[in-house]
Design a protein around this ligand. Structure first.
Ligand code: AMP
Length: 174
């Protein structure tokens, strides 16, 4: 695979959604088939031999990367959504974000019991969203052997929050 400098495809927006936050926008990856295909090909390369049974993704940008990966791997997608969006019986978990408070939910019937679920999001900041989501999947009876993010902000110490689950990313920002 031809390596790509993904940084060239990530838009950086200062003071969004509030002052002091540098927002890393992945819509500029989506707008480039070269960059988007690179991300999905990378995900497949990293996880193809890791016996992944399903992928769980966090609303909404996580879905964009998990869906083509699931199609390529022929595995189920488990959507993790903000509170109140899923119509069936859910498991739910409250958590703190980098710049807000939130609650995530999953359909309990969609969590594959005893299966290896790759958990994904577009960007890993504090790791709070992924941590809450991992709890949901484990509570639902799945294993979460791996976590993937397209990009991450390691200075927010998400690795401690998400330990001992291995976390793989394509690009990190200091
Ligand atoms: P966290 O739970 O702190 O890891 O936050 C991750 C979630 O918030 C992801 O879904 C990101 O899309 C979003 N997010 C947090 N911080 C940023 C940032 N600086 N730039 C872009 N998205 C962010």
């Amino acid at each position: 695979m031809v390596e790509l400098n993904l940084d060239d495809y990530i838009r950086k927006v200062p003071d969004f959604p509030k002052k002091g936050i540098l927002f890393y926008d992945i819509t500029s990856i989506l707008a480039s088939p070269v960059a988007f295909n690179y991300c999905i090909d990378k995900m497949v390369e990293i996880y193809k031999d890791k016996n992944i049974d399903a992928i769980a993704a966090i609303e909404a940008r996580g879905f964009l990367f998990a869906t083509p990966f699931a199609y390529r791997m022929k595995i189920p997608i488990i959507p993790i959504r903000k509170k109140g969006k899923l119509p069936g019986i859910t498991l739910s978990k409250k958590y703190d974000l980098e710049y807000a408070q939130a609650e995530v939910e999953v359909h309990s019937a969609d969590v594959p019991k005893g299966k290896r679920v790759l958990l994904t999001d577009d960007l890993i900041a504090t790791g709070g969203t992924l941590n809450a989501s991992r709890s949901l999947l484990i509570e639902g009876g799945a294993e979460v052997p791996e976590i993937f993010g397209v990009l991450s902000l390691p200075f927010l110490n998400y690795k401690e929050v998400l330990a001992p689950t291995p976390v793989t990313t394509l690009i990190d920002y200091a």
